[in-house]
Design a protein around this ligand. Structure first.
Ligand SMILES: Cc1ncc(COP(=O)(O)O)c(C=O)c1O
Length: 363
């Protein structure tokens, strides 16, 4: 199989030229800002791609789930931060089993979660590095900045854990409707975390790592003084949401879905063979607007069911049964998680495929 036209549909394809450019651009940004890059590999879940990121200069990887860490540690990754509140002795035991193979750290945002994992390490005579999550305005998880010092002190006193630093994630940037607002959120992300680090240090707490990062905020947040590490994930692929936010151009999007028109029952309606099982149901951000962009067309995918992408056909456009189209997904990270393999291309030439080895590892 050598050409895009030979692929069965729906197929998730990744253009290696675009991907490699995205990987090296972000690595160059981190180098210029003087921070460590620790890409969030939950976006792709592909060890081969993680190795490209390390080869470009990444200091390690971030992941969310213990199951993802198991896959990447097995693949030889030896520096993994789970940027997620890991809770419970069961997960603690699985992390302990990885502790000789990789330098590990987990996210925590309180004593209860931290001690549930720390006790397992303590009982084994070991310690696990933790980073305290500080809420910089997303209001998902994390302690408010004003409570960070108190929480950090209590966590640092727990047996079985070592406080490596603090981290944050400005996920609310995805709701900003103008690039200037994204930039303002990014600056706040860096400044709030750097100020929290100063406060913790003034109270005698060791804060080595000050870790920020999302794809829309990475470039600005990593350049704030005091930030030591950045964890963007989506940037390797980009997607329609990043284009909508102004983070990148369509040409910077490496992942697309090749789909076939399977029905054209009315002049204003056509159906693609990519539904929510292929594209996911994630909405376009910051403003909802269809379920992915059909490249080269103005018609949008107006609704999805599991196997159907229903296109509202704009006047002047036609979709013939059997015709193939290319769809830019709203959110590349969830698309990765839905597919066993992705096809690698350069332009129209198929170069191979990668197994999405850590897909579905939600525990
Ligand atoms: C804690 C954390 N860090 C980093 C990232 C990476 O952000 P993005 O997907 O915008 O690159 C995420 C994404 O969800 C996250 O939850």
């Amino acid at each position: 199989m050598t050409s895009l036209d030979d692929l069965d549909t729906p197929s998730v394809v990744v253009d290696l030229d675009v991907l490699e450019r995205n990987v090296s651009r972000m690595a160059a940004c981190a180098r210029a800002a003087g921070v460590r890059l620790r890409p969030h590999a939950k976006t792709h879940k592909v060890p081969e791609l993680g190795r490209l990121q390390l080869a470009a200069g990444a200091a390690g990887i971030s992941l969310a789930k213990v199951g993802e860490a198991e896959v990447f540690a097995e693949a030889g990754f030896d520096d993994i931060f789970l940027a997620y509140p890991i809770v419970g002795a069961g997960k603690g035991r699985r992390l302990l089993a990885l502790a000789d193979r990789a330098r590990l750290a987990i996210g925590v945002d309180g004593v209860d979660g931290a001690s549930s994992v720390g006790e397992v390490f303590h009982a084994a005579g070991r310690r696990l590095d933790v980073l305290l999550k500080v809420d910089c305005g997303y209001h998902r998880v994390g302690v408010p900045p004003a409570e960070a010092a108190q929480a950090a002190k209590r966590i640092a006193d727990l047996p079985g854990v070592t406080l490596r630093g603090i981290f944050t994630h400005a996920g609310h940037a995805y709701h900003a409707t103008a690039p200037a607002d994204v930039a303002a959120i990014a600056r706040q992300e860096g400044e709030i975390l750097a100020a929290a680090a100063d406060l913790l240090r003034s109270e005698g707490l060791p804060v080595g790592e000050v870790s920020v990062g999302s794809t829309p905020t990475a470039r600005v947040a990593m350049s704030v003084g005091g930030v030591t590490e950045c964890r963007p994930g989506n940037y390797v692929y980009n997607d329609a949401s990043q284009v909508s936010l102004g983070t990148c151009a369509i040409e910077d999007c490496a992942m697309t879905v090749i789909a076939t028109v399977v029905s054209a029952p009315a002049p204003d309606r056509a159906v693609l063979d990519c539904g929510s099982k292929t594209l996911s149901s994630d909405v376009l951000r910051p403003r909802p607007g269809g379920h992915g962009w059909i490249l080269g067309r103005t018609s949008r995918i107006a609704s999805l069911s599991e196997e159907h992408g229903v296109v509202r056909v704009e006047p002047g456009e036609t979709f013939r049964v059997g015709q193939r189209v290319r769809v830019l997904p709203n959110h590349a990270c969830v698309v990765s998680n839905l597919h066993d393999r992705i096809v690698l291309v350069r332009g129209d030439r198929v170069e191979g495929e990668w197994t999405v080895a850590a897909r579905g590892r939600v525990r």
